[in-house]
Ligand binder design. Structure first.
Ligand code: GLA
Length: 387
């Protein structure tokens, strides 16, 4: 977690010397269930112990005065400004202010300084960590804490859609807001029902390897993937007006077969991955309940293959990390998050861990001229006020 005193010292230095309240929200991992959230499927995320910390104090005006400690950049905007700032990082604050206003919260001006220790562009949802951290602060300072957790999640997602340009699902914001220490969560993105799963695989470690290929989802092929899924849904709706088909969750393998001639082969390929992934999440839950980590790992490798070959959100570096994992006997390994760079998530037996990390560093360095970064996963607590 970011150092509280560090954030406080910057807040004092860059504003009027007074202190405010401090809030923290984490990034997330996802064991399995990728690109299923916007398709009404299941996801299996958990919060991590790194994230975004902000110190915030209402300033008695209508101006937001924001300072990004990491970027050493300062931005000001009026809470009623219809356009908002240009700097992307400040648009996360602006978006949350706008969404809170839509929820009926009378947001006034405030000073805010924030810093993060969740790696940017690593597929660990630094964006969701910002949104939920700012949401937690706005709720506490202007909303009497009456805004529900789900409304904070949805405000974060709306910020991505409207102010950042990424048509993401709800997994990241959900994990950041609802996370609990030591627990993964299985969320049904259709009904929004979820269950906590204590996750302490005895004899295994969960480790992320960051390819350091920057993943940038806004305006990326991420939105194209979503469009492909929606094309298939529309084709199934056209064939079956009698059924209620809202997302790929409501589509069967037979439906895919039936609409093959109505959409592109690429769209079918994308939907094939999504339908398979829905079953894999449920398979992982059963395997976890049975303590069968070999099965969990097998399904993780299948997901990687699907994300790489069918959904096409991998890259050479991520595929290489996956190959190394296989060679080292790692139980399960796959791309984590949106893809197009970022991390693989690896379930590895304790006794194989050291060799895996050493081999991955050596081989990756030999091929790409730098080592992957290694993050041992600690499943942490969701959004909260620190003081
Ligand atoms: C990104 C999005 C999520 C989800 C994942 C892929 O992290 O923000 O909503 O779609 O990609 O599973």
């Amino acid at each position: 977690m970011v150092d509280i005193e560090f954030v406080r010292s910057r807040f004092i230095k860059h504003f009027d010397g007074q202190t405010g309240n401090i809030y923290f929200s984490p990034g997330r991992i996802n064991l399995i269930g990728e690109h299923t959230d916007y398709n009404g499927g299941y996801v299996f995320p958990g919060a991590v112990d790194t994230g975004v910390m902000a110190e915030v104090r209402p300033n008695g005006t209508n101006k937001v005065m924001a300072y990004s400690i990491d970027l050493k950049d300062r931005v000001e905007f009026d809470v009623n400004d219809p356009k908002g700032p240009n700097a992307t990082w400040a648009r996360f604050i602006y978006g949350m202010v706008k969404e809170f206003q839509l929820l009926g919260v009378d947001v006034k001006g405030f000073n805010i300084a924030f810093a993060g220790d969740v790696p940017l562009g690593a597929g660990m949802s630094s964006s969701a960590a910002m949104e939920s951290c700012f949401g937690c602060a706005l709720n506490d300072l202007f909303g009497n804490n009456k805004v529900s957790k789900w409304d904070i999640v949805l405000a974060g997602q709306a910020t991505e859609h409207k102010y950042i340009g990424c048509n993401c699902g709800i997994m990241d914001q959900f994990a950041s807001v609802f996370g609990e220490e030591g627990k993964l969560m299985r969320l049904d993105c259709n009904s929004r029902e979820f269950e906590y799963f204590p996750f302490k695989p005895v004899g295994y470690k969960l480790v992320l390897l960051n390819s350091c290929v920057k993943h940038e989802l806004a305006g990326s092929p991420y939105n194209d993937r979503r469009n492909s899924c929606e094309n298939v849904v529309k084709a199934v709706q056209a064939k079956h007006p009698e059924r209620s088909v809202n997302t790929l969750r409501d589509c069967t393998w037979e439906d895919l077969e039936e609409v093959k001639g109505d959409v592109s082969a690429e769209d079918i390929q994308r939907a094939t991955f999504v339908l398979g992934e829905k079953d894999r999440v449920l398979g992982v839950c059963d395997a976890l309940n049975a303590g069968d980590y070999e099965k969990v790992g097998e399904l993780m490798y299948e997901t990687h293959k699907g994300l790489s070959k069918d959904y096409e959100v991998s890259c050479e570096e991520l595929d290489y990390l996956n190959d190394i994992a296989k060679e080292c006997g790692v139980t399960g390994s796959r791309i984590m998050g949106g893809g197009f760079g970022g991390c693989t998530i690896n379930l590895v037996k304790d006794e194989l861990y050291d060799n895996f990390i050493k081999t991955a560093k050596e081989k990756f360095n030999a091929k790409y001229g730098h080592e992957p970064k290694v993050y041992n996963v600690v499943i942490g607590q969701g959004s909260r006020k620190i003081c």
